[in-house]
Design a protein around this ligand. Structure first.
Ligand SMILES: Cc1cc2nc3c(=O)[nH]c(=O)nc-3n(C[C@H](O)[C@H](O)[C@H](O)COP(=O)(O)OP(=O)(O)OC[C@H]3O[C@@H](n4cnc5c(N)ncnc54)[C@H](O)[C@@H]3O)c2cc1C
Length: 337
């Protein structure tokens, strides 16, 4: 059913107001196909929404927003060591994590409590605590908005990269993911090499953690560190961590010995965007109802009734100061509309 002039305020974790001309909640691929056939629907103006935890609405949208609410999780295939699981796009990501943890299937436990839906997870190749979706991804299915053609994407088709995929680049807003398949393990040991996680487990004296121990640890760490979007509007990290060449990193390190680096891969070094922002004096800074989290400079919050445009303006001021001080151009992780 199509709703007219619908408010998105409760459908995005920044909690900003934006009105949309048409809104529909859809439960299957066939319903989606029927919706596309409706003469009121302009296929040039369609946006898919999951839980709205990685979106900033800066204005009203003169088109159709579709919320996928399909919610099935099923085991497709099982061998001695692996399990192939298929989850609908509308499944809450953490419910899929719980499904695996409850059955002792290993892999995605480090991704516990990332907000959002399964359908959105491949868009930016969600990641945390040393793992990312691509590590366990098998394939996904969906439909091209303009042609209505259905397609299955393999892992290599998706061109996963750090917080990116083909769906954030070439096929941005062109393809609707309807289900995702992951291959998880029945025999792997949890990976606890990420420093924050290993420190936490040592402190709790857990020497040989189970998959559930790791999931519980990640839950506790995240709850203690990140602002809860049901209480304070936010979309997690606003910017990606910049990736530098070894040479650029070396010269920055000479000037700022305390610079935080996360990982290096084939001559590229990922550094902390939060550190850069903090060094510019923006941690805990506020303008009206917009500000960075006092605990996390990378998280921009709506502390009250900020508009999307105000949040974007605040973010752009941060971006400008980081560029001026360090010569580094931060790239938004959040999708801006
Ligand atoms: C407190 C907090 C912590 C976070 N921590 C992390 C973290 O640790 N790691 C991480 O990677 N992310 C993190 N995020 C970001 C967010 O959780 C993820 O990006 C998540 O995958 C977004 O899911 P969603 O359903 O809310 O997507 P939405 O915000 O609804 O949509 C995001 C984008 O995906 C598109 N989209 C959504 N569903 C589909 C679909 N079915 N088909 C095609 N396109 C679709 C939308 O059009 C939009 O462009 C965090 C966010 C918050 C609020």
């Amino acid at each position: 059913m199509l709703h007219k002039n619908h408010s998105l305020k409760k459908l995005n974790t920044f909690g900003v107001e934006a009105k949309v001309k048409l809104f529909a909640e859809v439960f299957s691929l066939d319903e989606l196909t029927n919706l596309f056939a409706d003469e009121k629907v302009d296929r040039e103006k369609i946006l898919v929404l999951g839980s709205g935890s990685n979106i900033l609405f800066t204005k009203d949208f003169d088109g159709l927003v579709i919320k996928l609410s399909s919610s099935d999780i099923k085991i497709i295939d099982e061998t001695t060591n692996t399990v192939l699981i298929e989850a609908d796009a509308g499944v809450i990501w953490n419910d899929l994590v719980k499904f695996c943890v409850d059955r002792n299937f290993g892999g995605i436990e480090n991704l516990t409590l990332i907000p959002g839906t399964v359908g959105a997870a491949p868009i930016q190749n969600i990641g945390a605590y040393g793992h990312e979706l691509a590590d366990y991804f098998d394939s996904l299915k969906g439909i091209f908005i303009k042609s209505g053609n259905r397609k299955t994407f393999s892992k290599s088709d998706c061109r996963f990269a750090y917080r990116s995929s083909i769906f954030k680049e070439e096929f941005k807003n062109e393809f609707i993911i309807s289900s995702v398949r992951l291959k998880v393990s029945k025999s792997s040991k949890p990976n606890t090499s990420y420093k924050g996680l290993s420190d936490y487990l040592s402190k709790k004296e857990i020497a040989n953690p189970t998959i559930k121990d790791v999931s519980d640890a990640v839950t506790e760490i995240r709850r203690s560190k990140l602002p809860d979007p049901t209480k304070i509007g936010n979309a997690g990290s606003f910017f990606k961590n910049p990736v530098l060449s070894e040479n650029s990193f070396r010269s920055l390190k000479a000037e700022y010995p305390d610079i935080i680096k996360f990982s290096s891969d084939s001559g590229q070094i990922k550094i902390s965007a939060g550190w850069l922002i903090e060094k510019c004096g923006w941690r805990g800074k506020r303008t009206g109802d917009v500000g960075t989290s006092p605990d996390h400079a990378l998280i921009i919050c709506n502390f009250g009734n900020a508009t999307g445009a105000e949040i974007l303006e605040f973010a752009m001021r941060i971006k400008e100061e980081v560029a001026n001080k360090f010569g580094i151009k931060l790239e938004e992780e959040v999708n801006i509309f």
